[in-house]
Design a protein around this ligand. Sequence first.
Ligand code: SF4
Length: 204
Amino acid sequence: MNDLDLSILKQNLEKKGYGVSFFETKESATNYLASQINGKTVGFGGSVTIKEMNLFEILSKTNRVYFHDKTPDGLTVMQVRTLATRSDIYISSVNGISMDGQIINIDNTGNRVAAISYGPEKVYLVIGKNKVAKDFESALYRARNVSAPQNAKRLNRKTPCAVKGDRCYDCNAEDRICRNLSVLIHKPTGAEYEVILINENLGY
Ligand code: SF4
């Protein structure tokens, strides 16, 4: 169980220039996002957290939402990824975050880290408490040895980590999903960023 103090993380993120909202449950966070985002184009990065929050279904009621897991007829997965990165709003989770507010993501095609790093109008980063680590090294270890292997397992990748989802083997497999490593050490200039902290375990 992660007993790190999320109020301290919130303060540290605010010092770095992020907007931060805190919620006890994923349902309250989903309701908040639905109240904030209307009449926009919205892009999603690949994210179990987003699926667990039913954000595609809920935000699609009042926005045009692009999510490559829900590729519509007539578009390719890559076309949807591109439309998502160019949307007004981009929503993603993260693979790890340190208590001092450094945000870590590992990506395969790079669409997610590109959109997060060079945000559109606004970027929302939705983060369950299981993603929070005490320091940068622990957050990086988590991203590489917890988040990535479990995602490889979920995606049925032919990688050594996908057998048990236990740790990274730093593979050279054709199916390797770890090809980009991004660290937001401070809020990027340009786009508006809001971190949505949730006091529940969400995603990997
Ligand atoms: S580098 Fe390879 S073994 Fe390590 S987590 Fe990524 S896909 Fe799995």
